[in-house]
Design a protein around this ligand. Structure first.
Ligand code: PEP
Length: 248
């Protein structure tokens, strides 16, 4: 039985003092069957840890550099994140792929490095509007997943989380339909099965991301292959994020 995961990605938002404000209003009733996760910017991780360490809510990072240490100015290693109590790391968000030019191979190395440190990668995959209109969604997702899986053992694949985030749906207020998101999530699960077998296909959690809110989360979670949501904009306010959690 896969546990539902509701993950917030703050992107480059909220200063440390704004994060303190956020947590002053972060009050919720725990749900046994839903895991809650926040991925703030690196600078907010220590204060996030301070507020969350005695709760059931987990915290993670939005990115990582795939080397244990060394001359990589400005970068953060998996062990640095582990030392801050992070348990999840988002890898290959489309903003990093598109704005910072991260390749499928580089993202694959991140996934591998995160697993090596005993953390859980959330591998983001998804198509642009042009790829969708050219019916290349499955091809694009196969490339993204294939580059990561080529570096992983079957036992490692079992542990990852995959977030299906159609790029045209991110921050646009135009979410995919639950049916479309399920179709691609089914395809992703099938791809996992082909690469790593039935056990992996049954254990890998697949999230949908792209304009998720409190009104549409339940529709996505009704689908057989969708195990949670990756939430950007609506995770920035405690009320909207917790409303999603409540409806999940
Ligand atoms: C995201 O950035 O991963 C995301 C899904 O953003 P939003 O929820 O704002 O569409």
């Amino acid at each position: 039985m896969r546990q539902t995961l509701i993950a917030g990605n703050w992107k480059m938002n909220l200063t440390v003092s704004e994060t303190e404000e956020f947590f002053k209003n972060f009050k919720f009733r725990k749900k046994e069957n839903v895991e809650l996760l926040l991925c703030p910017p690196f600078t907010d991780i220590p204060i996030t840890r301070f507020f969350l360490e005695r709760t059931s809510v987990k915290w993670g990072a939005q990115d990582v550099y795939p080397s244990p240490k060394g001359a990589f100015t400005g970068e953060i290693s998996p062990s640095m994140l582990k030392d801050l109590g992070c348990t999840y790391v988002i890898c290959g968000h489309s903003e990093r792929r598109q704005i910072l030019g991260e390749s499928d191979e580089f993202v694959g190395k991140k996934v591998q490095a995160v697993l090596k440190e005993g953390l859980t990668p959330i591998l983001c995959v998804g198509e642009t509007l042009e790829e969708r209109e050219a019916e290349k969604t499955e091809k694009r997702i196969s490339e993204e997943i294939g580059a990561a899986f080529s570096l992983l053992k079957k036992e490692e694949i079992e542990k990852i989380v995959i977030a299906y985030e159609p790029i045209w749906a991110i921050g646009s207020g135009r979410a995919a339909t639950a049916e479309d998101a399920e179709k691609i999530s089914f395809f992703i699960r099938h791809t996992v099965k082909e690469a790593a077998g039935k056990k992996a296909a049954e254990s890998v959690r697949i999230l949908y991301g792209g304009s998720v809110n409190a009104d549409n989360i339940a529709d996505f979670l009704k689908e057989k292959d969708i195990d949670g949501g990756l939430i950007g904009g609506a995770s920035l306010k405690p009320e909207s994020f917790l409303a999603i959690y409540k409806n999940a």
